[in-house]
Structure formats: structure tokens, C-alpha cells
Design a protein around this ligand. Structure first.
Ligand code: FMN
Length: 162
């Protein structure tokens, strides 16, 4: 039987939380994307470092991925928003061509300024996949429980077979 996979990158845990709520609800497997070189600050410097990675259009090398993507026909991809854009690790993941002929859903967490990230994601994946839905979440800082209901509501709308 084909299964569902939730792929995500998360620097501070918010996108990771959403990924795990989705995975639990849909009995899906989870894959965390990790760049080989991760930034080390959680202070203001993260905006400078992360933002500069976006502006310089960096495509970072990722830690090895050993998932057999042929096992999955439905894949959720999750990213935080950095500088109104997809994060560089998620761009790397997409450009690596793991996603071919999949039913794709995109989710993201942000603080109110997602930019045109839904359109960017769609453009990057739609030639080789079916792009079926997207949702953004603004997680209250350090109150992960509050986001759960929004995730449940989105999944109910999608009506995905478990
Ligand atoms: C480098 C950097 C840039 C960011 N740029 C934006 C932005 O342009 N718009 C926005 O709404 N939030 C922005 N944020 C906030 C994050 O998108 C938000 O806190 C997100 O939930 C973090 O996800 P994570 O905890 O999974 O890393 C930025 C955060 C970082 C670290």
C-alpha cells in the first residue's frame, strides 16, 4: 500500500511541530531535512545569516537522505518562511528531484509575512507533480498547542484518504 510522507525543514521547531501533527493525523512517515552546515545562533544573528542565505540564493548541501520515495504517492513539504521565501534547505530538497509524479501539499510557518511563497513552491514542483494544496500557519511563540486545531481544520478540508 502506498503511504504518506511529511518532509520538513525547521530551525526552531515550529514547522517541525506542524509536521508531526500532520503525520500523526494521517499516520504518515516523517523526514527531516538537515543542511550539512546549519547556522548556530538563535539570537538576532539568525535573521542576518538566514536572510543572507536567501538573498544569495544559496542551495546548501543536505545531510544524506535514505528514504525510498517510490513508497509514497502523497507528500507534504513544510518550510518556515525566511525573507518572504522558501528556506534554502527546502529549495535544495526540491531541486534534488526526489519529488516526481507525487500528490503534493505545501505547508509553512511564518510571523505574518509569507510573501509569494505559495506561488514559488507551485512553480518549482508543478511540472513534475500534482500540486494539490497549501496552508500557512502563524504559531504563537512557544505555545504549540494552539496551532493544532488549525492543522486539523486544514486536513479535514483536504479530505485525504488515510
Ligand atoms: C532568517 C529568518 C527570516 C525570517 N523571515 C520571515 C519573513 O520574511 N516573514 C515572516 O513572516 N517570518 C519570517 N521569519 C519567522 C519564521 O518564519 C517563523 O518564526 C517560523 O515559524 C519559524 O519556523 P521554525 O521554528 O520551524 O524554524 C524569519 C525567521 C528567520 C530565522
Amino acid at each position: 500500500m502506498k503511504k504518506i510522507l511529511v518532509v520538513y525543514y525547521s530551525y526552531e521547531g515550529h514547522t517541525e511541530h506542524v509536521a508531526y501533527v500532520i503525520a500523526q493525523e494521517l499516520s504518515a512517515d516523517v523526514l527531516q531535512i538537515k543542511p550539512i552546515k546549519e547556522m548556530s545562533t538563535k539570537g538576532f544573528g539568525k535573521y542576518l545569516w538566514g536572510g543572507s542565505q536567501v538573498y544569495m540564493k544559496k542551495i546548501p548541501k543536505l545531510e544524506p537522505i535514505s528514504v525510498d520515495f517510490s513508497k509514497y504517492d502523497t507528500i507534504f513539504v513544510g518550510s518556515p518562511i525566511w525573507a518572504w521565501s522558501l528556506t534554502p534547505p527546502i529549495k535544495s530538497f526540491i531541486l534534488n528531484d526526489y519529488l516526481i509524479d507525487k500528490d503534493l501539499y505545501f505547508f509553512y510557518t511564518h510571523e505574518g509575512g509569507p510573501g509569494k511563497v505559495e506561488k514559488s513552491f507551485k512553480i518549482m514542483v508543478e511540472k513534475k507533480n500534482r500540486f494539490l494544496g497549501t496552508c500557512g500557519f502563524i504559531p504563537p511563540k512557544n505555545n504549540f498547542d494552539l496551532i493544532n486545531q488549525q492543522v486539523y481544520d486544514w486536513l479535514n478540508l483536504l479530505n485525504i484518504e488515510k
